[in-house]
Write a protein of this length. Structure first.
Length: 501
């Protein structure tokens, strides 16, 4: 059986190679041989995630014709890539991209640091903000007032509290997507929702198509469920999805599930437009693929222009929920400590998810469900989310200004929403920057955490969790980490500076 999960055509690979910006050579530097330049171009495409790992490359003759070079040049480039660990081949199966064994994928995402450690370390690992008070306290008090009738029951509601299910359904209906409570299941956060979906539809060995890059914790959840991940690169300029690639993957790899974040994608902040959403739903329906749309960031638009231009939700193109399963959560828009998520799908899918839940967690805490229901029913949610947007907007602007000042060679697109900045780190290794950052007092996740099998080594993710003087200090510490990496520094490096927020 072939080892590849998707394919890159000769014309497509030629276009990607030709789109690479020429890097000026230093004084006295000779241009590399044609085969070496071709090998370096393919290697860079793999490391940046623009060509997925385990993607079948075109035959030597096909690529030679597309690039107008000799077949000998392509054969030599492929041989160089094989020698360096970026290509594997087998007679009769072709050649497919790989990453060297020495580039391990980080085993897990970054867990939040304990609060007591934050005095000496600036934590940019977790994309979460403090609770938007006074709304958390008000919601909990409101929940306590509603609790007594529920305290006289067993407290297990596998599908969620009926009142909250009805309220979530009403909110979808208000967005123009008619929804019944029977189409809603309340979960323990979005992670709980996606875990349940993967176990119901995925199964060990099933293929799941994912954006490349994608949310690190979801990728790890899917790996541990035994899924075979099929990465699909984002569109150039982070303008949403590359629909040609998505159609190709859905047609050729036939994944059981496709997981996407259409609204202020984590980590890039990209926003898929309405046409992309419509076309992806149509392609998934044709392929028989279950499309899981994670909209946990959908309310975190940070500019008025973004609010006015928000496309229809992905489930708006499949209101019955036969193809699209939507996942929502209070954890990003409100507070990470409020572990309430939900699933919107067809009633039969919801019934299957609820039935399978008996072997997992039985249900979600009643008090937290009542708190979220209080927020929804009183209008507190809208006011709390508006406060959250203001916090994230100020932090984003402060972080962008600080990084541009301290690290002018780093490149990024400023997102119009969400909580994260996806940064190309000036040619430096993201993994080494993360290691050096720990030594100078800033914790940052490296790009490979958000890729499949080691892509995005040249990137880091910076969340909008700090602002003001703390953002300035975080950028200064990142610059110190960059100097350590540039100098080839080892353990020791620059000592962290004392800082009090």
């Amino acid at each position: 059986m072939a080892q590849w999960t998707s394919a890159v055509g000769a014309a497509q690979l030629a276009r990607l190679l030709n789109s690479q910006q020429d890097r000026p050579a230093g004084p006295g530097t000779r241009r590399p041989p044609a085969y070496r330049a071709l090998a370096d171009g393919v290697r860079l495409l793999v490391l940046e995630g623009r060509v997925p790992v385990a993607a079948r490359l075109p035959a030597e003759r096909e690529l030679a014709l597309a690039l107008s070079v000799s077949r000998t040049t392509v054969a030599a480039a492929y041989e160089a890539l094989r020698a360096e660990g970026f290509l594997e081949s087998r007679r009769g199966a072709g050649s497919w991209t790989a990453v060297p064994a020495g580039n391990p994928v980080p085993a897990r995402g970054l867990e939040p640091l304990p609060p007591e450690t934050l005095g000496s370390m600036i934590d940019l690992g977790c994309a979460a903000l403090p609770a938007p008070e006074p709304w958390l306290t008000r919601a909990v008090r409101g929940a306590l007032e509603e609790l007594p009738p529920y305290a006289h029951t067993h407290g297990d509601y596998p599908a969620g509290l009926p009142a909250l299910r009805a309220m979530i359904a009403e909110r979808y209906t208000a967005r123009g997507i008619p929804t019944m409570p029977e189409q809603i299941m309340v979960t323990t956060g979005a992670m709980g929702a996606i875990d349940a979906i993967c176990h119901l539809f995925g199964g060990r060995g099933e293929r799941i198509a994912v954006e490349s890059p994608s949310y690190a914790n979801i990728l790890q959840l899917m790996r541990e469920a035994g899924a075979r991940l099929v990465p699909v690169a984002m569109a150039e300029g982070l303008t949403g999805w590359d629909m040609d690639r998505w159609r190709q993957v859905l047609r050729e790899a036939a994944p059981r599930i496709a997981y996407v974040v259409a609204d202020f994608h984590n980590p890039t902040g990209a926003l898929a437009d309405e046409d992309q959403r419509r076309r992806l739903v149509e392609a998934a329906r044709s392929a028989g693929t279950v499309l899981v749309a994670d909209e946990t960031m959908s309310e975190l638009w940070l500019d008025e222009e973004a609010a006015a231009a928000m496309p229809r939700p992905v489930c708006g193109f499949d209101p019955a929920g036969s193809t699209v399963i939507t996942v929502g959560s209070a954890s990003k828009a409100f507070w990470a400590g409020m572990r309430i998520g939900w699933v919107r799908a067809a009633p039969d899918v919801i019934r299957s998810l609820v039935a399978a839940r008996a072997y997992a967690d039985l249900g979600t805490p009643v008090l937290e469900q009542l708190a979220v229901n209080w927020l929804f029913s009183t209008g507190g949610w809208e006011q709390a989310v508006e406060l959250r947007r203001g916090q994230a907007r100020e932090n984003r602007d402060a972080l962008v200004a600080a990084v541009r000042r301290e690290l002018p060679d780093w490149e990024f697109e400023v997102p119009r929403g969400g909580l994260t900045l996806w940064v190309r780190a000036g040619g430096l290794s993201g993994s080494r920057l993360a290691e050096a950052g720990e030594r100078v007092g800033v914790r940052v996740p490296s790009g490979p955490r958000f890729g499949v099998d080691g892509a995005f080594e040249g990137y880091v993710r910076l969340p909008f969790t700090v602002g003001g003087a703390v953002a300035d200090e975080a950028a200064a510490r990142l610059a110190a980490a960059a100097r350590i990496v540039q100098s080839g520094g080892t353990a020791g490096g620059e000592a962290p500076r004392t800082f009090v927020a």
